[in-house]
Design a protein around this ligand. Structure first.
Ligand SMILES: [Fe+2]
Length: 657
């Protein structure tokens, strides 16, 4: 119970059980080579249809729709995206595509992953010969005709529904789509009583194409993830935001530099510009092309999306940096509203297999992509949408907390854990300079003192402005710890604690966004400690935390691909995060970061500045929830260290074990 950490030794073969302490990725395989052509995972500053190189079929991409803990009914959807021309030539006419599926016994141990990738000298991952699954015979038990969700230009979005009923033993769902001849895909479906196995990731891209060489792009940790999948299969993949970085939008022919307004007058002039058809076309082409390239053409990530059903939320970069945290003048400007509409159109299609009109019918809440999905009998996943209705003063959609309370109180009695997947962490150290900056909404570019502070902390090499705001001010206002959001954070925590107490459910928070790994927690403030003295509260012992409905652990896992913040900034954050404190506006709770990583990995142990993702076992030993952070040892090294946090259920269930 509580938390533990370990440092991995290099190991040639990852162990086959959860809670493992080491992992090393596969060495190259014969036949794998760098082709010399542009790498599959290249990061381009700007995307348009020409970027796709003539490719006209993308997918399949899977989404987990629902699991019914009472009946065992399990439903997923597959999405295919293709041009009308390709569809016509593959299917021999204007007929809707079809998907068929069958079932095979699953051992629960996964199937050997037939794909081995190796990085070439340029860091690109070559797809070796034989990586395409050979045609596998299976007995067809179901079929689905594609439902056309949308047509953009002549590109078709086809959705297929498939499912099964979970039984005594795990299964493999085998499926093929006639748009991808010769390929069979396998999905691992858990047994009725099995602990679901989830893979969480966030921040799946790079801001700067020049970082590609030293990082080896997005692939190294995706190879680690898929190797783990072959040892112990994942039932679901959780995208915690920034599944792709769309900031290149402002590199387009018409939009280049549009966001670089340096003062209020310039910002106001841009905000007054109309959204023309040409601008809308450029925006839509950018988002479509980037999604198709990022989801559909990278060898390892595309395999994951085709074989592990996803549940996603979005963060600002799925739209554009800082979305929701700009002043109303900017947010409401016709061009920015056009940006949002284009981002949302393709976010809903690619990441949720739905459209704005279908949201409510497809089980989403509050005119947003917010949802709740059961992950096995004992665990539910809450996914708030923190971007669709975000403003400088509000993170969550209107009416969200009321709806959440209602849904949580209606959870099946078997539920012991609820994981809240938040794009941005609610608990994260804040630098004092952030408060100062927040008060200064009129800081002149080049202000000497501020420049020095920012350079020393690594916050920015120099001060620039975006929409007339200091460049990083949107990032600061964007955090839950910003003064604008602390009330909403307290309201969310109050709801979680009251439901935890009422229903004896343990809540955990899983978040991304920060580009480092971290562990922290909320717990009840001892009655004999005044709120102002909370910085002296010792860590409650594990047996106290078990019985505490206010004990809400928070795991930060970020980024699977993007580069970590500078060491000076991380160090400053660790110094600021050392002391526990009473939660503003909810002083019954104490919030504290926890030194998980050990001095060998991080000087202050609170934040780990290495790329990482998180393995989650929903119902491990004693009914616990096990989070295992898998952090790259060195950038692009293909070796990981692992750190496990074991979260017990609330006392009542713990005693029943
Ligand atoms: Fe990010």
């Amino acid at each position: 119970m509580g938390c533990s950490s370990s440092t991995a030794a290099k190991s040639a073969v990852p162990p086959t059980t959860a809670g493992n302490d080491s992992g090393r990725l596969a060495a190259g395989v014969p036949g794998a080579s760098s082709s010399g052509t542009p790498p599959g995972n290249a990061v381009l500053p700007y995307y348009n249809l020409a970027t796709l190189g003539g490719r006209q079929v993308f997918g399949p991409f899977l989404k987990l729709v629902s699991y019914d803990a009472d009946t065992g009914d399990y439903e997923i959807t597959a999405l295919m995206v293709c041009s009308a021309m390709a569809q016509g030539s593959i299917l021999g006419g204007d007929v809707p595509p079809q998907l068929v599926w069958g079932e095979a016994p699953g051992s629960g141990a996964g199937e050997a992953w037939p794909h081995e990738y190796s990085a070439g000298p340029a860091g690109d991952y070559a797809q070796p010969a034989g990586a395409t699954n050979p045609e596998q015979a299976f007995t067809v038990v179901g079929s689905a005709v594609g439902e056309r969700l949308a047509v953009w230009r002549d590109w078709q979005f086809w959705r297929f529904k498939l499912g099964t009923t979970c039984g005594e033993d795990p299964k493999q769902l085998k499926y093929k789509v006639d748009l991808v001849p010769g390929r069979v895909f396998t999905v691992s479906v858990p047994a009725l009583t099995e602990a679901w196995h989830a893979a969480f990731y966030s921040c799946n891209g790079l801001h700067n194409p020049h970082d590609y060489g030293r990082t080896h792009g997005i692939q190294p940790l995706w190879v680690d993830l898929m190797r783990q999948h072959s040892f112990k299969p994942y039932h679901v993949m959780l995208g915690g935001g920034d599944q792709l970085y769309n900031d290149g939008l402002f590199e387009g022919p018409l939009l280049r530099g549009w966001d670089q307004a340096q003062d209020d007058a310039e910002s106001a002039a841009r905000a007054a510009q109309p959204l023309t058809d040409e601008l809308r076309e450029e925006m839509e082409e950018y988002y479509f092309s980037h999604y198709a390239a990022h989801f559909g053409t990278q060898p390892v990530y595309a395999d994951a999306l085709a074989t592990i059903p996803s549940i996603n939320t979005w963060d600002d970069h799925d739209i554009v940096d800082g979305w929701g945290s700009y002043p109303p003048l900017i947010q409401n400007a016709p061009i920015m509203q056009g940006v949002f509409a284009a981002a949302q159109l393709f976010y809903l299609l690619f990441q949720h297999h739905t459209t704005q009109e279908r949201l409510a019918g497809d089980g989403y809440w509050c005119d947003s992509s917010s949802q709740l999905v059961q992950l096995g009998a004992a665990t539910a996943l809450v996914v708030p949408d923190q971007r669709s209705h975000r403003t400088q003063h509000k993170c969550l959609p209107p009416g969200y907390l009321q709806r959440l309370g209602k849904e949580l109180r209606a959870l099946p009695a078997s539920t012991r854990h609820v994981v809240v997947m938040l794009a941005g962490p609610v608990l994260y150290p804040a630098l004092p300079v952030q408060e100062t900056l927040q008060k200064l909404d009129d800081v002149a570019t080049g202000d000497d003192l501020l420049s020095v502070v920012m350079q020393k902390t690594g916050l920015a090499a120099k001060i620039t402005k975006r929409f007339g705001m200091v460049f990083i001010l949107d990032d600061i206002i964007d955090q839950w710890s910003a003064s604008q959001h602390v009330g909403e954070k307290a309201a969310l925590l109050r709801l979680l604690v009251s439901v935890a107490d009422e229903k004896q459910i343990r809540f955990s928070i899983l978040s991304g966004d920060a580009h480092c790994a971290g562990y922290g927690m909320f717990h009840s403030r001892p009655a004999d400690v005044k709120p102002g003295d909370a910085d002296d509260v010792p860590l409650p012992p594990a047996d106290t935390r078990i019985a505490d409905a206010g004990f809400i652990p928070q795991v930060i896992s970020s980024a699977i691909a993007n580069i970590p913040p500078s060491r000076p900034l991380l160090k400053a954050l660790c110094v600021c995060g050392r002391k526990p404190e009473a939660v503003p506006h909810y002083e019954d709770l104490v919030q504290r970061m926890f030194p998980l990583f050990g001095p060998a990995n991080d000087m202050d142990s609170l934040l780990l500045g290495r790329r990482n993702w998180c393995d989650v076992v929903c119902g491990a030993q004693g009914g616990s929830l096990d989070f295992t952070l898998r952090a790259e040892r060195e950038m692009g090294s293909e070796e990981v260290n692992v750190f496990t946090i074991r979260v017990p259920p609330l006392l009542r269930f713990w005693q029943q074990q």
